[in-house]
Ligand binder design. Structure first.
Ligand code: ZN
Ligand code: ZN
Length: 259
């Protein structure tokens, strides 16, 4: 693993950019991409978390440019964009104007469902939980089909929550893999909960053969919000890649080839 394509700075809910870069250097990475949360359409997530990279990306870009001479790392100016199905045109316009090195598209919400907090599912029946998860994968397939994003983020996010865990089926992974095989979008192996409640990466390593069958390769992202997370998650990702023989994709942010 030479590049971490998914990390957050103080431009969303992460840590100062120089500290994140130092950690990336410490674990021997050659490149890191900063993918602060970017809420193009003001949804509940954006209001709650005040993620305003839409307004601050130019300032962050200047900060990245000022920092580049101080490091041997390749530092990418990227974004994690919440996919909102009825806002594809606005999202495309914003991303065209912003000109990030690359973008991660993530489903955090779909319809009435919020996949970032578990409170909504406390009293839900099994059928309701399954419906929430199925709706999630509908949105993931739509995000891939939209061709708005370079990378598909944490593609089984509901698994993070105990209330929804285990409701994803093999058929869900298979339809995501089929959509990816017809798309320029590349999925990530995401380590956001590798040491947390989930204790594994996204997507479920047990489902990797579904992606292999479709010739889909992955890029790697720690989804770190602190230097300590980078330092712990990069070795964990390296181990996952080796243990599960993860198929890796060629990926080119700003014309640099990453493996
Ligand atoms: Zn996310
Ligand atoms: Zn993230």
């Amino acid at each position: 693993m030479h590049a971490d394509l998914h990390a957050h700075t103080t431009y969303s809910d992460g840590s100062p950019l120089p500290e994140m870069c130092r950690a990336a250097e410490t674990v021997g990475l050659d490149a890191v991409g900063f993918t602060d949360h970017c809420i193009v359409v003001d949804d509940e997530f954006g209001r709650r978390e005040r993620y305003h990279l839409v307004e601050t990306y130019e300032r962050r870009r200047e900060a990245i440019e000022r920092f580049r001479p101080r490091t041997d790392l390749t530092v990418w100016d990227a974004a994690e964009v919440s996919y909102v199905a009825d806002a594809e045109a606005e999202t495309a316009d914003f991303l065209d104007a912003a000109g990030f090195d690359y973008t991660i598209g993530s489903v955090h919400f779909a319809g009435e469902y919020d996949y970032t907090t578990a409170s909504q599912y406390a009293d839900a029946s099994e059928a309701e939980r399954r419906a929430a998860v199925e709706r999630y994968f509908d949105a993931v397939v739509a995000a891939v089909d939209s061709e708005l994003f370079d990378v598909l983020g944490h593609l089984d996010l509901p698994e993070r929550m105990a209330a929804l865990r285990g409701h994803a089926r093999r058929s869900d992974y298979e339809r995501v893999a089929a959509a990816l095989s017809d798309s320029a979008t590349v999925p990530e192996i995401n380590a956001g909960r590798v040491h947390g409640s989930l204790g594994r990466v996204h997507p479920n390593p047990a489902m990797l053969d579904a992606f292999r069958e479709h010739g889909v390769g992955f890029v790697l992202g720690t989804d770190s919000h602190s230097p300590r997370e980078i330092e712990r998650r990069v070795p964990a990702l390296r181990e996952v890649v080796e243990t599960h023989d993860v198929p890796l994709a060629e990926f080119e942010p700003s014309a640099a080839v990453v493996r």
